[in-house]
Design a protein around this ligand. Structure first.
Ligand code: ADP
Length: 489
């Protein structure tokens, strides 16, 4: 699939340190595979701890000039970078579908979404306002200014190979920080293509560095980034388990952390919901990216009065989802990312069926397509003891639970250590406020299954993470507040 790029030079297989494309100190490479076919796509530089030190040093060297550049000049470079992502959106989408598997139209959508963070933060970077504080002493004046925190590290996942990078890197760069990025081992090509475009946009050497690495080397690099006293901030999107490891590793240097971790999103349908709208919302929220997003609905709670009708309507739609290679026109669900992902989905389905769930649609691997494809699946009569009620399935499986009262739905929805996204459908304005305020989640979609955009604060509560990405708040993690006390006036 990568032979058809309009601009073949977007396909970078070396890492970027200090403005140079490098093979890394060991010269080792690691394979990147197409999840749909298993085919080898490229061999990419496998960097390690020594290279991570070099990247941190490069970022630190670049920092003084970058932080003192007027925000408007940083914004101009970022705007050019944004425009280049848009101009090369088709190629970026092809690279993404090849290594990640998502349908080409979804990949195209992610490029636009990912690019939008660069545009948004280029604009926001010019509005990092401080404060003057009314004095309590006529001989003194108080000021609070905001300054870039310093060298920032970003460790990103494979499910959104571009957007999870831009959502972290754009606010950092706009604030005047420099960055070291460690993209997911499954999807380095998208990250490197985006870095190539940053170079073309005129990003100064060392301001943006990318360390490609396989799973083992990623751990070694992560350790260096956490240990470094020069790195002042670590932003991570991925599993809660790895988030805990990184948080622990960052304790000795008291690093600032932004963590966007796992979710276990409830999707509640009340008796008074517009059912067709709820079914549409359920489809996009559950099956987008084959269920591999941290905001995907994981548990469907449906009130008894509309339970049977909802299951029937959703079943008809789920049966219509076309699974296949992301490059095949007309398909809307690609493969899962790897064998472990397939195994987990199978285990959740088997567990649910063993504990009494009813299989309505799907339920098996779509073996005719390849080993990584799973049928869009709908399970009815799910119960709280099932694995799918407690853990994020991260696959195309919708378990539906029946409930009676609003209080019961809220209690069930909140009964998890996670608190990222949640959704509910109701046309009753009182209920909209009651439930919206009662859900212990960082984000609530009311009568919609799609909530994310660059302008809004994305993030979780409880064990789903720390900090917010996007929105005007997204820049706060990348600045420190400095209080200046002017005396002897
Ligand atoms: P996922 O479940 O999305 O694969 P992970 O949390 O395993 O999420 O991985 C997300 C990112 O974290 C990837 O870039 C991966 O290489 C990186 N990673 C995983 N384990 C570690 C670790 N111990 N230290 C640093 N980075 C890690």
């Amino acid at each position: 699939p990568l032979a058809t790029l309009d601009d073949a030079s977007l396909l970078r297989t070396q890492a970027l340190i200090g403005g140079e494309w490098v093979s890394g100190s060991s010269g080792a490479r690691f394979p990147v595979h197409d999840p749909a076919t298993g085919a080898l796509l490229a061999e990419v530089a496998n960097l390690g701890a020594v290279d991570a030190e070099a990247a941190v040093a490069a970022a630190n060297n670049a920092w003084p000039a970058w932080r003192t550049k007027p925000a408007k000049e940083r914004a101009a470079i970022m705007q050019r970078w944004f425009q280049l992502l848009i101009r090369h959106a088709d190629d970026l989408a092809r690279i993404m579908t090849a290594e990640q598997g998502k349908p080409l139209f979804e990949a195209r959508g992610e490029v636009t979404y990912g690019a939008s963070f660069i545009e948004w933060f280029a604009e926001e970077g010019r509005r990092i306002y401080g404060e003057t504080i009314p004095t309590t002493d006529n001989n003194k004046r108080y000021l609070a200014i905001k300054q870039p925190i310093g060298v920032c590290a970003a460790i990103t996942p494979w499910n959104f190979p571009i957007a999870m990078i831009t959502r972290k890197v754009a606010p950092a760069l706009a604030a005047g920080c420099t960055v070291v990025i460690k993209p997911a081992e499954a999807t380095p090509l998208s990250a490197l293509a985006v870095a190539e475009l940053a170079q073309r946009a005129g990003m100064p050497a060392g301001v943006l560095n990318v360390l490609s690495a396989d799973a083992d080397a990623s751990i070694a690099i992560g350790q260096v980034l956490c240990d470094s006293p020069v790195v002042r901030h670590l932003s991570f999107t991925g599993s809660t388990e790895v988030g805990r490891i990184l948080m622990r590793q960052c304790a000795p240097t008291i690093k600032k952390l932004s963590l966007e971790l796992g979710g276990n999103a409830p999707f509640i349908v009340f008796d008074d919901a517009d059912l067709d709208s709820a079914v549409e919302g359920a489809l996009v929220s559950k099956y987008r990216n084959a269920g591999q997003t941290c905001v995907c609905a994981n548990r469907f709670y449906v009130q008894e009065g509309v339970y049977d009708a909802f299951v029937e309507k959703l079943a008809a739609k789920v049966a219509g989802i076309k699974v296949g290679n992301g490059f095949t026109p007309g398909i809307n669900q690609g493969p899962l990312i790897d064998d472990a992902a397939i195994t987990k989905v199978e285990a959740h389905v088997a567990d649910a069926l063993a504990l009494g769930a009813r299989l309505v649609v799907g339920g098996r691997r779509a073996e005719a397509l390849g080993l990584r494809f799973f049928e869009p699946t709908l399970l009815a009569d799910a119960t709280p003891d099932m694995l799918c009620a407690r853990e994020e399935t991260f696959g195309p499986v919708a378990p539906v639970f029946k409930f009676k009262t609003e209080a019961e739905a809220i209690a069930l929805a909140n009964n998890t250590e996670f608190g990222l996204a949640s959704y509910f459908y109701s046309r009753d304005i009182g209920r909209v406020f009651r439930v919206g305020e009662a859900l212990e989640y960082g984000m609530v979609g009311v009568n919609t299954g799609l909530i994310s955009t660059a302008e809004v604060p994305f993030g979780g509560v409880k064990q789903s993470g720390l900090g917010r990405e996007g929105a005007r708040q997204g820049i706060e993690d990348y600045v420190e507040i400095k209080y200046l006390c002017l005396g002897d006036l």
